[in-house]
Design a binder for this molecule. Structure first.
Ligand code: F3S
Length: 298
């Protein structure tokens, strides 16, 4: 087997930063105050379990634990961000808020907030159920129209009202390009902000490139991770692709023949140690040659 790793794989800048903020908080807090995260710090079960063992509690809604908290408890907002009302509610409940919103997501929140105040209609291109999109919508009084595909734009009536368009940071780049083409034809007064994150673009492009040159792609990342699922979708177009969370999901390494070319990619919320353990499993159970150009590169 020849194994090659996608050029851009694993933790992105925003995830590294969020995890660092939580690590620093745990260390400085030294068990004195309860530490909560609003939703899992990142979409990766193994990372979540690691923090749960350190005493970090996950809460889904601020109102869920109102009876258990005490003033001064710590609340970490994860890299996806949160709606404005969450900050207000957390403060009103006596939390000390640690904001680990990725700066790129924060920039989108600021953009929609300022254009909303100027009277623009806001369109968010993304998944209406994703926490990042819900968070962004919470900075324009939840007034945004959320669109996810070309069909949504086709159904839109032409307008000369002012519009501001932003994208979920992990949105598929080629779908975005097609949607923008159509938006430009239907809207005469539109500000288009391509807010797809460079990390996403790099990971998606690396997956296109690698999946075209191998027989089999293994994409590693949380089953709920939006960016990982998009990498799976992209790779599936060019090679047989499986999506695994850990090495334990890779049941039968013997299915790979001696001349099988395997590509490995990891989502932006997949830690290096999980990727390394998958490689070790393949290495230990089969004859593996690593491509000299392979690298971990955030
Ligand atoms: Fe931020 Fe981009 Fe990662 S928006 S969380 S650096 S995918």
């Amino acid at each position: 087997m020849i194994v090659q790793i996608a050029k851009h794989s694993g933790f992105c800048y925003g995830v590294k930063r969020a995890v660092q903020i939580l690590d620093d908080l745990i260390e400085s807090n030294n068990g004195q105050k309860k530490v909560f995260t609003l939703g899992p710090i990142i979409h990766n079960n193994q990372v979540t379990e690691y923090y749960e063992e350190k005493g970090v509690k996950i809460i889904e809604k601020l109102t869920d634990f109102v009876d258990n908290r005490v003033d001064g408890d710590r609340l970490v907002i994860r890299s996806h961000g949160a709606p404005k009302f969450v900050y207000d509610l957390a403060e009103a409940q006596g939390f000390v808020v640690y904001d680990a919103t990725c700066p790129y997501v924060k920039k989108i929140q600021n953009t929609v907030s300022s254009y909303h105040l100027k009277g623009y209609n806001i369109i968010i291109v993304g998944d209406m159920n994703h926490p990042e999109v819900l968070g962004i919508n919470g900075w324009c009084d939840e007034s945004a129209t959320i669109m996810n595909n070309l069909h949504d734009v086709e159904n839109m009536k032409p307008s000369d009202e002012p519009f501001c368009i932003v994208a979920q940071t992990t949105f598929n780049l080629s779908t975005w390009d097609q949607m923008i083409d159509l938006f430009s034809k239907k809207l005469s007064n539109v500000i288009i902000n391509n807010t797809i994150c460079l990390a996403t673009e790099q990971r998606q492009n690396a997956c296109v490139e690698l999946s075209k040159s191998v027989d089999f792609m293994i994409v590693i990342g949380g089953k709920h991770s939006s960016n990982t699922r998009k990498l799976v979708e992209i790779c599936s177009k060019n090679a047989t692709t499986i999506h695994i969370e850990t090495k334990d999901d890779l049941v039968d390494v013997s299915m790979f023949k001696s001349d099988t070319k395997i590509g490995i990619a990891a989502g932006a919320s997949t830690p290096d140690w999980i990727v390394e353990s998958v490689i070790l499993k393949i290495e230990n159970e089969g004859e593996v040659f690593f491509d000299g150009k392979s690298q971990f590169n955030g």
